[in-house]
Design a protein around this ligand. Structure first.
Ligand code: AMP
Ligand code: GLY
Length: 432
């Protein structure tokens, strides 16, 4: 079968790496891809939002399955357009992708169907938003309703900070996406990313994961798309995974069906594990990045039949097998990220770094020009290691990071610290 992956990040490299290993895949294409993806797939220069261009390509190359990586084309209806053109695409249609595309929609869904989440209000007016903030007090969280590339959330420590976030959003900081706000209760606990495959009705959980969103060591500094991740997340014990399935995942999938928006694809539940149980912080309508890298690094089964079963509505009784070894990804980003950064700087020694035991390097934003690999984005590489423990995976990943010769990049040095601390305490890894 010919398969087209849509996207150009580390997530899409992991998808291509995984699909490229499937004996069921004849030709693998990626639009637009990147310097690392080019090793597994033929990269074609079509933008992820150019649906006509993508459909034309699928027709000319007899593509039978399109796997969509990022949220923007999903929310804009790429799966609907592909369906109209008679092309099978993995991912939710636009009506279902609203679960990520509108935070107001997802909060109302939780409220209506009794799915645990933070208390909230929805606002299109600054005065009403500020009244709510003053009545609730700080800390409090201000979120743009629409897609804002992971930058639309302000966790405000003071009422003044929250009010400034309201003013900035209504002044156009996030464009249209910030013209409606969700303001919600600040939750405390440990975060976990819980991904499941969904076929409209049936659900197959994927391995648990945790990412590090803050830019700097100690989980401080500005929020990013994710500076690293690991799987499994020790906080997600088997008992907690069962509770997440019962209280969050199954009710969400049933709610989407009841709303006439049956959900197909991968559903990523961003959770806060609070003292009184798991609560939804956000839903994403796609794989997390870099969570996808660590999840797929642990997947023993062939990914393609799983994606097809979700798309075809036949996930009941579908089973996936996982390597028990943990996986950990350290993101190497361009100096300055998530602020301004340079493109075009050269990265050397990727070969020797990849040859180290247990290492796979996923490219997130690179270009290949001849024999040179250059940086072409903010998050540039995802150095991924498997190991017998998270501690070993972490040590292997940083050994490889130290071999990569890229003076213009930086990374956090503490990815996985919670899990490593748990392992040092001798806590067993009874996790999924
Ligand atoms: P989101 O894009 O909604 O996942 O939010 C980005 C980050 O902001 C999350 O990963 C959390 O670290 C933080 N956050 C979001 N909502 C809340 C909340 N209600 N309470 C505490 N932290 C939050
Ligand atoms: N790593 C967080 C995300 O993909 O949204």
């Amino acid at each position: 079968m010919n398969v087209l992956v849509v996207g150009s990040g580390g997530r899409e490299h992991a998808l291509c790496w995984s699909l490229g290993a499937s004996p069921l895949v004849d030709q693998l294409f990626c639009a637009p891809g990147n310097g690392g993806i080019a090793e597994h797939a033929r990269c074609i220069d079509i933008d992820v939002m150019d649906f006509d261009g993508l459909i034309g390509f699928c027709r000319s190359e007899s593509v039978e399955l399109v796997v969509v990586g990022p949220e923007a084309p999903l929310v804009a209806g790429i799966v609907d357009r592909m369906a109209e053109a008679g092309i099978k695409a993995f991912g939710p249609n636009a009506a279902a992708a609203a679960i990520e595309g509108s935070k107001g929609f997802s909060k109302d869904l939780c409220h209506k169907y009794d799915i645990p989440t933070a208390d909230y209000g929805r606002f299109t007016d600054a005065d009403a938003a500020k009244d709510y903030i003053r009545a609730r007090g700080a800390p409090i969280v201000v979120k743009a309703d629409g897609l804002a590339a992971g930058k639309g959330v302000t966790v405000a420590a003071s009422v003044e900070e929250a009010e400034s976030a309201v003013d900035a959003a209504f002044a156009g900081q996030f464009g249209e996406a910030g013209q409606e706000l969700v303001i919600e209760e600040f939750l405390t606990g440990e975060e976990a990313s819980f991904h499941v495959l969904v076929d409209g009705e049936n659900v197959v959980p994927l391995a648990s994961a945790q990412d590090h969103k803050a830019a700097y060591d100690g989980d401080i500094g500005p929020n990013t798309g994710g500076m690293g991740a690991y799987s499994p997340a020790p906080v997600v014990s088997d008992a907690l995974a069962a509770e997440i399935m019962d209280k969050v995942v199954r009710p969400t999938v049933a709610a989407m069906k009841a709303e006439g928006r049956p959900y197909k694809g991968v559903l990523y539940c961003g959770l806060m594990i609070c003292a009184d149980g798991p609560k939804v912080i956000e839903y994403n309508c796609r794989f997390g990045d870099p969570e996808c890298q660590v999840i797929l690094a642990r997947l023993m089964s062939d990914l393609l039949p799983a994606l097809l079963a979700a798309t075809d509505g036949v996930l009941d009784n579908f089973d996936l097998r996982w390597y028990p070894d943990p996986a950990l990804t350290v993101v190497m980003a361009a100096q300055g990220y998530p602020g301004a950064y340079e493109k075009g700087t050269e990265i050397r020694n990727l070969g020797p770094a990849s040859d180290l035991p247990g290492i796979t390097i996923f490219h997130a934003g690179t270009r290949s020009d001849g024999n040179r690999i250059t940086a072409n984005g903010g998050r540039v590489l995802g150095v991924t290691a498997r190991g017998a423990t998270v501690t070993e995976a972490q040590a292997r990943a940083y050994d490889a990071v130290d071999v990569v010769d890229w003076p213009d990049g930086f990374c956090r040095r503490d990815i996985g610290w919670r899990a490593v601390a748990r392992e040092a305490d001798g806590q067993s890894a009874e996790t999924v």
